[in-house]
Write a new protein. Structure first.
Length: 243
């Protein structure tokens, strides 16, 4: 393992993605896999790194009193419960199928970041919907090793929930699903703990730096488009691998 290179890759991706208000696992998982980390191990590490990055952002947002905790808790609870289900199922789903699903996720997330609109298509804001919606996204999060915010946030915006509010809510709910998903993967994969420690340091630093830059120096719009382009590039590389 090239630990130094993986540290700087994690630092850069985590900083870049935190500037856009999302976790870096959608990019880090396939990059780690391309560099030789076993796919399930890469997913487990990706979940833990997302926990680290978004956890730092959540602490900072809580200090600013920017999180609507009452609104966020149903999502956090449902994702926390179902993410381990997706992680457990991953050992029974063929790796090529999971990578195919990951490819579709990258294309969807990239498209929403580049072309997604902030305008709601519906005017539906019933709170009870958050529980089944969060549960479904939690399963996908555990199966693919991603936080799920890139999938959940555009859906909520289209349903009529406030876009600015959703960006902050995502950073609060994601650590719950990624942590429980990671703990499930610990039962089914062997991890290189030196790699976990080194990349976690990069993720924590990246989450702090990215959150600071997002609030004080950059607007998220252009950053999110660049993230979308990066996800497209990674999706192209993954497609070539699958072919």
């Amino acid at each position: 393992m090239f630990y130094g290179e993986l540290f700087f890759i994690t630092l850069f991706i985590s900083t870049f993605f935190a500037m856009g208000g999302v976790g870096g696992a959608p990019a880090l998982v396939p990059i780690f896999a391309f560099l030789g980390v076993p796919f399930n191990s890469a997913k487990a590490i990706g979940l833990f790194l997302n926990t680290s990055t978004t956890g730092i952002s959540t602490i900072m947002n809580l200090k600013r009193k920017a999180v609507d905790i009452k609104f966020a808790l149903p999502l956090a609870f449902s994702m926390m419960i179902t993410a381990p289900i997706g992680a457990y199922l991953s050992q029974f789903v063929p790796e090529k199928i999971v990578k195919g699903l990951f490819l579709l996720f990258l294309l969807f997330a990239g498209s929403m970041l580049i072309f997604g609109k902030k305008e709601a298509k519906f005017n539906y804001s019933k709170g009870w919907l958050l529980i089944p919606l969060g549960g479904g996204v939690g399963i996908i999060s555990g199966l693919l090793g991603v936080g799920g915010g890139s999938l959940l946030m555009p859906i909520l915006i289209l349903l009529g929930f406030d876009a600015k509010k959703m960006a902050i809510v995502m950073s609060f709910v994601v650590p719950f699903s990624t942590l429980t998903g990671f703990l499930t993967y610990l039962q089914i994969v062997e991890l290189d703990w030196q790699l976990v420690a080194i990349t976690t340091v990069g993720a924590v630093l990246g989450g702090y730096i990215g959150n600071y830059l997002m609030f004080f120096h950059f607007t998220p719009k252009q950053v999110k488009r660049l993230i979308g382009i990066l996800l497209y590039i990674i999706a192209g590389r993954l497609l070539l691998h699958l072919l």
